[in-house]
Design a protein around this ligand. Sequence first.
Ligand SMILES: Cc1cc2nc3c(=O)[nH]c(=O)nc-3n(C[C@H](O)[C@H](O)[C@H](O)COP(=O)(O)O)c2cc1C
Length: 404
Amino acid sequence: MVTKGNREILFSPCNLGSSTASNRLVAQPMERSASTPDGLPTPELVKEYVTLASGKWGILVLEAMTVSRKNKSRRGQLVIDDISKNRLAKMLEKMRKVAPRTKFIIQITFPGIIAGEGLEKTTILPGIHEQDPSIRLLSDEEICDIQSRFKQAIDISIEIGADGIDIKGCHGYLVVEFLRPMNTRSGPFGGSFQNRVRFFKDLFTHAKEVARATGRDDFVVGSRVSVTECMKGGFGTAGPDEYIEDLTEPLDYASLLEKWGADFMNVSAGIPAMMPEVTRPSKEVPWGIYNHFRLAKAVKNHLNKRRGTMSVIGSAYTMLGKDLISVAAKNIHDGAVDFVGLGRQTLADPLYPRKVKDLKDDKIQYCVGCNLCAKLLGRQQHVGCVHYDEKFKKILKRGNKNER
Ligand SMILES: Cc1cc2nc3c(=O)[nH]c(=O)nc-3n(C[C@H](O)[C@H](O)[C@H](O)COP(=O)(O)O)c2cc1C
């Protein structure tokens, strides 16, 4: 039921590390595959982000940006490095003008095997490489190089005035492979749990140190994590040959993140390239939403028991449509989650929070769950809402003609 109280809960402030988010609605990162070939934001992309910002989200996580211009998930992926930083800074400045109270967080990633057609696929897992030799196995030296690129991206995020960083540890991209029990790689990055979390530990320690040294104690540090990958030996199982979910390690990992100074964990699940419905529940398989609720609550309960202060962001609220307000408010009220994240809904209606706050529910464009945005991403075309925006209908059609 939608009540005044529900809205008050959604628009109540919430701690995020040493800073405060003005409301509980999070625009989840959504790759738009719309940068220049150099990985810079185009004027069109800047306009889209400024529109999204004007929705006045509590937190707006900018799409996954690659830390290496040689390795992209999609040809149109944004790059975060010394070449792109000034353009990213200008984009952030414009976003902040229309939404001075929103927390702008940059998500950083490295593609791994989830790289689109025609782009290099890499792995840290010898097992994957043996099954498919077209996937290149990375050496320890290359992993260290990638780690220093992540560190550089963190430094740049601080330098260009972002409010925080999200070290992407979800959805099957490279660095998620470290966490898996099936990561039996020899050397410093595989085997024991301690080795499997090493890559992340160094990054969090670095982020906190740089933030402190630059007087940015309010800089928000966190990670989006697929706490269960729903695959044999994946994160969220108890061993390389296990199928059955076991959240012991993901919960231990949540404790570690907090110990390393993380301010939030954005809880997600699955690998959308392999099992889309686990990550993004569909109209046909809507019960996936309950799986996300369960996982976020498990992390939240675990942190509560330890009197933890790290915030938990829940994922996949889009398919709730008109029920979103009441369900999200109940989950926050019950202490099952701190923030609620919306992915596809941000494309359908970037102004969602503003409309909810202003009681303009009749004006909301609800996501219809067609998943054509995901189809555009798969084809490495400019991503947007095909249902509500003629521009993206045309882009999709253009792709159809070109499809072999
Ligand atoms: C087109 C598209 C792009 C996405 N890009 C990202 C991304 O850059 N980073 C990320 O963590 N998740 C990404 N996701 C996943 C969404 O953030 C979200 O988790 C998913 O859509 C489920 O949430 P929803 O039901 O609210 O849409 C993407 C999903 C889609 C459909």
